[in-house]
Design a protein around this ligand. Structure first.
Ligand code: HEM
Length: 482
């Protein structure tokens, strides 16, 4: 008890030093904070706007602070010591196991080193053909929506990103008519809701209480749907792999050119430390991270563009400069040459970062650049959305202005002031893949359609979720571009 009390006192001194409302009793505060996922999103936003360089949530019993200053964020994210995610990520383990997103220590090191080559520049070049083909299919699908009073984009875009990640990283073509695809996308949304619901109910933090709830039963049902889907993807590829690749090729050169699932299967076949369950957890991790985040990025980009016809015109002009009057498909290098489009996507991810909040648990005391000593075992939030919208960092932060990312205007920006893909050793392994997919989809859509507004991006009602989500669908009007 004496040890616990000493730790509590230290945390209390730290928490009391941070400006903000007085710490509230945990239950009252939690009920207030988590009345709904929408309410908690607004509460986080308020904290971000009001306090600088850091804000506090909860109290010394469960110390939780949020960093806002880029200098402090740099100290945390670039540290090799504080790489462990916060405890909330553990609740994803029923679904994702300890895949790359949720693992820690030597397991994370081994897997990160193993999987990094699967996102090498050369592999991306290989994938680009599939990504561009899928973008053309997306355009074909959207063609049916032209001239309607509005189109709900969410299911169409989620379908595109799931097919793209499966056909590239997993080497598996999904059946367009298969119902399990829509079931899988819905299950990912629902499991996010379940986990967020749990975060807001402190009594459910205890496994003993949680395991008797209907929420747990729902979680188990969703996990079954998710695992059945990912296992079918693995079996499919394993069969193909065994039939076509008879002689295992274990050279590092061969591994460099392998897509993610092939790499995992070949490593397992060659007796390295990964088993079927290990492959399953990585497939689940990459299918989730690799489709939900990019879908959110594309949806918000299209919403923004529908409200900014001038930016659509500039993208069009750039496409003409790169392609001339040719109607041929884009290539990897065409997309690489579209620099203005890249600035637009970067600005979209500033305003609507697909992963709005990340969290770590400090392993030992952490001295921030602003002079606070955050005690060990504190949950530390990096509210990426709050950082990207902070008026001290971005003047007129709500304005959509792709020129912020021109080479001249980017000069001198703090490297940790813009972190849609996080930063440091645990940054997003799929960021180049994501940029390529976003560019390909947006370029193909703008080349073929004029987007007209149905709603404003300024009043999207967000909810607290792992991926940036609104309570509403994303709607635009599509007209064929002549
Ligand atoms: C617009 C799209 C994307 C955004 C904004 C994004 C953002 C992020 C962020 C912020 C993190 C850090 C998470 C944390 O610290 O908790 C992360 C990690 C990760 N991302 Fe992405 N991501 C995107 C697309 C992708 C894609 C396409 C893939 C895979 C193909 C991917 C795979 C991963 C993985 C596996 C991790 C965990 C890395 C590790 O901990 O070592 N992401 N991503």
């Amino acid at each position: 008890f004496a040890k616990w009390y000493r730790r509590y006192r230290r945390r209390k001194v730290f928490i009391d030093k941070i400006p903000g409302p007085p710490s509230m009793p945990i239950l009252g505060h939690t009920l207030k904070l988590f009345r709904s996922a929408e309410h908690s999103w607004n509460y986080f936003q308020l904290q971000n706007r009001t306090f600088y360089p850091l804000y506090k949530l909860w109290n010394a019993f469960v110390p939780l602070v949020g960093l806002i200053s880029p200098d402090d964020i740099e100290v945390l994210l670039s540290s090799k010591k504080h790489m462990e995610k916060s405890k909330v990520y553990n609740w994803m383990q029923g679904w994702l196991g300890t895949g790359l997103l949720t693992s820690k220590g030597s397991k994370w090191h081994y897997r990160r080193k193993l999987l990094t080559p699967a996102f090498h520049f050369g592999i991306l070049q290989q994938f680009s053909k599939t990504i561009i083909e899928q973008s053309d299919l997306l355009v074909e699908r959207l063609g049916d929506e032209c001239d309607k009073s509005f189109t709900v984009l969410d299911p169409i875009v989620a379908d595109f990103t799931l097919h793209t990640i499966c056909e590239t990283a997993m080497g598996t073509k999904l059946d367009k008519t298969d119902k399990s695809v829509t079931e899988y996308i819905q299950a990912i949304y629902d499991i996010g809701q379940v986990l967020i619901h749990r975060v807001g109910r402190p009594w459910l933090f205890f496994e003993f209480f949680y395991k008797f709830t209907t929420l747990r039963k729902l979680e188990m049902k969703l996990i079954k749907i998710l695992h059945t889907f990912s296992r079918s993807v693995i079996e499919n590829r394993q069969q193909f792999f065994n039939e076509t690749i008879t002689r295992p090729n274990n050279t590092s050169k061969a591994k460099e050119r392998m897509a993610l699932l092939d790499l995992l299967i070949s490593v397992k076949n060659n007796g390295a430390i990964i088993d079927d369950e290990g492959i399953r957890e990585e497939v689940d991790t990459f299918m989730f991270e690799g489709h939900d985040t990019t879908a959110s990025g594309i949806l918000f980009a299209l919403l923004l563009l529908s409200n900014h016809s001038d930016v659509q015109e500039k993208i069009c002009r750039e496409i003409k400069e790169v392609m001339g009057y040719s109607k041929r498909q884009f290539t990897f290098s065409d997309l690489q040459n579209m620099q203005y489009l890249e600035m637009v996507i970067k600005e979209c991810l500033r305003l609507f970062p697909s992963v709005p909040l990340i969290a770590r648990t400090t392993e030992s005391d952490l001295m921030t650049a602003s002079g606070y000593v955050i005690p060990a075992d504190t949950i530390v939030h990096v509210h990426i959305y709050g950082l990207h919208h902070h008026p001290l960092i971005y003047p007129d932060p709500e304005k959509f202005d792709p020129e912020r990312f021109s080479p001249e205007n980017s000069k001198g920006r703090h490297p940790f002031a813009y972190i849609p893909f996080s930063a440091g050793p645990r940054n997003c392994i799929g960021q180049r893949f994501a940029m390529l997919e976003l560019k390909s989809a947006v370029a193909a859509i703008i080349r073929n359609f004029i987007l007209l507004p149905v709603e404003s991006p300024n009043d999207v009602p967000f909810i607290l979720h792992f991926v940036l989500k609104s309570t509403r669908t994303t709607n635009v009007k599509l007209r064929r571009r002549t």
